[in-house]
Design a binder for this molecule. Structure first.
Ligand code: MN
Length: 264
């Protein structure tokens, strides 16, 4: 066997024997999946809706199937660079044209659970990343940086998950200074978190507004929002597979995000 063939054989043997664990980082998609609500004068995303076509009945005696409708950015989902004005002019920047090799990448998981518990507006800073690197090594080029807050585990109800107040939503996310640091100094593939979007809830007030969308997509990088179970990943060493649906000219898509994790 060639080197790469034996690597693949080792991989599948590891998955089949449990030497490599497969972790599901995806939230269930249903009518109560939390979605963002924008100011009423703006366009709104659709919540997830399932409509039964037939269920072994007169509409289809031998088959069960459904129609569904939803926004591209519902639940656990992928943000393509073309989602944002800063990334709209890159070639191959939408769900059908991003090279598929980009959908498989190593993950660095930054534990911000205590910080987000104390402060729902917690912002992940470059200093926090540098402290993480002292223990776990430098973030490799082409890695996902995933912000672990256990947000979805601790806030299972949609209203507490979205955490909307009179002055906007209050959810943790990256500090405006973090994004250029990750893009320029670490050359990450993208940023992911466990809240409804990649930016913090108050990011509309930041300079620039929505720095993660603006900075990541402005550098042709990706986003993963609505992740769950980052608690089941090691700080370093996992591989994440996150492939959006191949929607022609899609700005993003719900996706099944899974991680391969070295076993114990
Ligand atoms: Mn999104």
């Amino acid at each position: 066997m060639t080197g790469s063939a034996s690597t693949l054989a080792d991989l599948i043997a590891g998955i089949q024997t449990g030497g490599i664990r497969v972790v599901d980082l995806t939230q269930p998609l249903h009518a109560s999946t939390p979605i963002l609500q924008l100011p009423p004068e703006m366009g709104q995303t659709w919540k997830f809706e399932l409509q039964e076509i037939s269920n072994f009945d007169s509409r289809g005696p031998l088959w069960y199937w459904n129609n569904f409708k939803t926004g591209e950015h519902t639940g656990t989902h992928f943000d393509a660079p073309g989602h944002w004005i800063s990334g709209k002019d890159y070639p191959n920047n939408l769900t059908d044209t991003i090279p598929p090799a980009k959908f498989i990448a190593p993950a660095c998981v930054i534990d911000c659970v205590k910080e987000a518990e104390k402060n729902p507006d917690f912002l992940l800073s470059p200093d926090h990343i540098k402290a993480w690197e002292k223990t776990h090594g430098r973030i490799p080029k082409g890695a996902w940086v995933l912000m672990r807050t256990d947000w979805a585990l601790k806030r299972p109800q949609p209203d507490e998950y979205i955490n909307a107040q009179a002055d906007g939503c209050h959810t943790p996310g990256p500090h405006p200074e973090l994004v250029p640091f990750l893009v320029k100094e670490r050359e990450v593939i993208g940023f992911g978190n466990e809240t409804v979007g990649t930016d913090a809830g108050q990011a509309f007030t930041f300079d620039p507004p929505f720095p993660c969308h603006s900075g990541m997509h402005g550098a042709n990088k990706y986003g993963l929002a609505g992740l769950i179970h980052l608690d089941q990943l090691p700080p370093a060493g996992a591989i994440v597979i996150a492939a959006p649906l191949k929607i022609v000219r899609g700005s993003g898509s719900p996706c099944r995000v899974i991680a391969l994790v070295p076993g114990k």
